[in-house]
Design a protein around this ligand. Structure first.
Ligand code: NOJ
Ligand code: CA
Length: 534
């Protein structure tokens, strides 16, 4: 049996609002994405794109508040534009994954408008409604990830509704079979249009405690990654407001829908530190989600021994037949190059694209894009405006295509772009980097090409190398006769690695490529190499 396509694929995440603006209104759109397909497929060389939400939406949470699951927001285009994008992608052999937001909708979605109309409305039970607690307050102590109580009082009908995120993002009631059927129809709608799969937003939130019990206080460090910085939210242990075991039944149903369409892939966004809980979403029989995002590299200490431990641990916790994945950035996290610096961005690219697993590359990270510091009061992101965290505008600034006034994102005559283009676009952009052999963009291109040409890099086993100098992380990838050795010097000084024989195929410093190594390899500070053994 050949491996499923998504195991050897490299996925590229596009934030549609920020990628390319075809009609000059300062907002990215689907025709913009279509115009960049040749760049993605042929110049860069990725295999699939994941599009963050492009559905009609009041944009309170920039598309994660969906007002209609089966259409395109007017500022992004039309369904015809979507079909045109699909056709262009298929001409270029690029697969398309779309974002599925199951947990909540916009409060402007017709389902919610109907649900809130009256207590006897046909869709009342499609959302999570509850009476006041005996003390007159909200039904439970559950909190919104974005701050405050997760319950909003609806004076018209005299009940509270649940919103795990913004008040304008009411949670759907997945315990209602009609809701599940309607959501399955949403999946089929996009599968029928040719998509290859779904990234599933906060997938574990869809099942909560049916009794809506209060969450207990957190014991020590009980935070779960993404939300760790949030004081009040993190002070609770989130036992009851998400991840109820019934979620597995819901996922098994989703999997049946996926399995009706050959080659469909799903990856859940699940922030979960406990490895056993994390793998449980793949299904006891491998019959739930195909993958669960592994966010552990995002905030791992950037040193060789911590990363070695992390990669080994990841291999150890995955059940037989499951496949790892890696992420260095996304639309919720400060950019990798901003957090770690330019040297780490190059080594990070090599790690991401040569370790065992499916990499997801965030748009602009191939340029080492960094981010401006935007004060909370200037942010559009509701979470950023709340000021408790860095905020997410910074990692969502427009893609930097060239050195022109709006960085080639919008035509130069455009009045302004929805978020400011980073001032460094004058030098950091696709056009400039394509003509610089040693740019981080060309490093990505060489890594992607090497990966495509090597069964070992794509699908091979992972064999960590022992006995390396302290600052060096290394492993071998093996598939039959095909082998590659990856050595990453994370230290700030040079290091020698002994016993290496072969040819350097890709290096973070281009002048080292094609060098023959016979025994002792010198790695400069922050230098990484992929060696093809002799
Ligand atoms: C996770 C998404 O990645 C984030 O952008 C969004 O705000 C929340 N889910 C709510 O949908
Ligand atoms: Ca536009």
């Amino acid at each position: 049996m050949p491996a499923p396509w998504w195991q050897s694929a490299v996925i590229y995440q596009i934030y549609p609002r920020s990628f390319a603006d075809a009609n000059g209104d300062g907002i990215g759109d689907l025709p913009g994405v279509t115009s960049k397909v040749p760049y993605l497929a042929d110049v860069l060389g990725v295999d699939a794109i994941w599009l963050s939400p492009f559905y009609p939406s009041p944009q309170k949470d920039f598309g994660y508040d969906v007002a209609d699951h089966a259409d395109i927001a007017p500022e992004y285009g039309t369904l015809d534009d979507f079909d045109a994008l699909m056709a262009t992608c298929s001409e270029h052999g690029l697969r398309v994954i779309v974002d599925f937001v199951p947990n909540h909708t916009s409060d402007q979605h017709r389902w919610f408008l109907e649900s809130r109309a009256s207590r006897s409305a046909g869709k009342r039970d499609w959302y999570v409604w509850a009476d006041r607690a005996p003390d007159g307050g909200p039904p439970s102590n559950w909190l919104s990830v974005f701050g405050g109580s997760a319950w909003e009082w609806d004076a018209e009908t005299g009940q509270y509704y649940l919103h795990s995120f913004l008040t304008s993002q009411p949670d759907l009631n997945w315990r209602n079979p009609e809701v599940r059927a309607a959501q399955h129809d949403v999946l089929r709608f996009w599968l029928d249009r040719g998509v290859s799969g779904f990234r599933i937003d906060v997938a574990h939130f869809i099942a909560k405690d049916p009794e809506m019990r209060d969450n207990p206080a957190a014991i020590a460090d009980d935070g779960d990654g993404w939300f760790k910085e949030l004081g009040a939210y993190d002070a609770q242990s989130h036992l009851y407001d998400k991840g109820h075991p019934d979620v597995h039944g819901f996922f098994r149903e989703l999997r049946k829908v996926f399995d009706d369409y050959p080659d469909t892939y799903s990856i859940g966004e699940i922030h979960e530190d406990d490895p056993r809980a994390w793998v449980s979403y793949l299904g006891a029989q491998g019959d739930e989600l195909h993958q669960v995002f592994d966010f552990s590299l995002l905030y791992a200490p950037w040193d060789a021994s911590a990363l070695r431990e992390l990669l080994d641990r990841q291999e150890a916790i995955l059940p037989e037949g499951a496949w790892p994945n890696h992420v260095l950035g996304n639309h919720d996290e400060p950019r990798f190059a901003f957090r770690r610096g330019a040297d780490a961005a190059r080594i990070g690219a090599m790690l991401l694209l040569t370790s065992r697993g499916t990499p997801t590359l965030y748009y602009g990270d191939e340029l080492g894009m960094t981010q401006p510091v935007i004060p909370p009061e200037d942010q559009l992101d509701p979470w950023g405006r709340a000021g408790e965290v860095v905020g997410r505008d910074g990692c969502r600034t427009p893609m930097q295509w060239d050195g022109s006034v709006h960085g080639g994102f919008s035509a130069p005559g455009t009045a302004s772009t929805w978020l400011p283009v980073h001032p460094d676009h004058v030098t950091r952009n696709v056009a400039t980097q394509l003509s610089d052999e040693d740019s981080i963009l060309n490093l990505h291109r060489r890594l992607l090409a090497a990966r495509k040409a090597s069964p070992a890099l794509q699908l091979g086993d992972y064999l960590p190398l022992d006995g390396l100098p302290d600052g060096v992380l290394g492993w071998e990838r093996i598939s039959g006769d095909d082998r590659r050795v990856v050595l990453l010097n994370l230290a700030t000084r040079y290091e020698f690695v002994d016993g290496v024989h072969g040819t350097i195929e890709v290096a973070t410093t281009v002048h080292r490529e094609h060098e023959r190594v016979t025994g002792r390899l010198l790695l400069a500070a922050h230098e990484g190499v992929v060696v093809r053994p002799a």
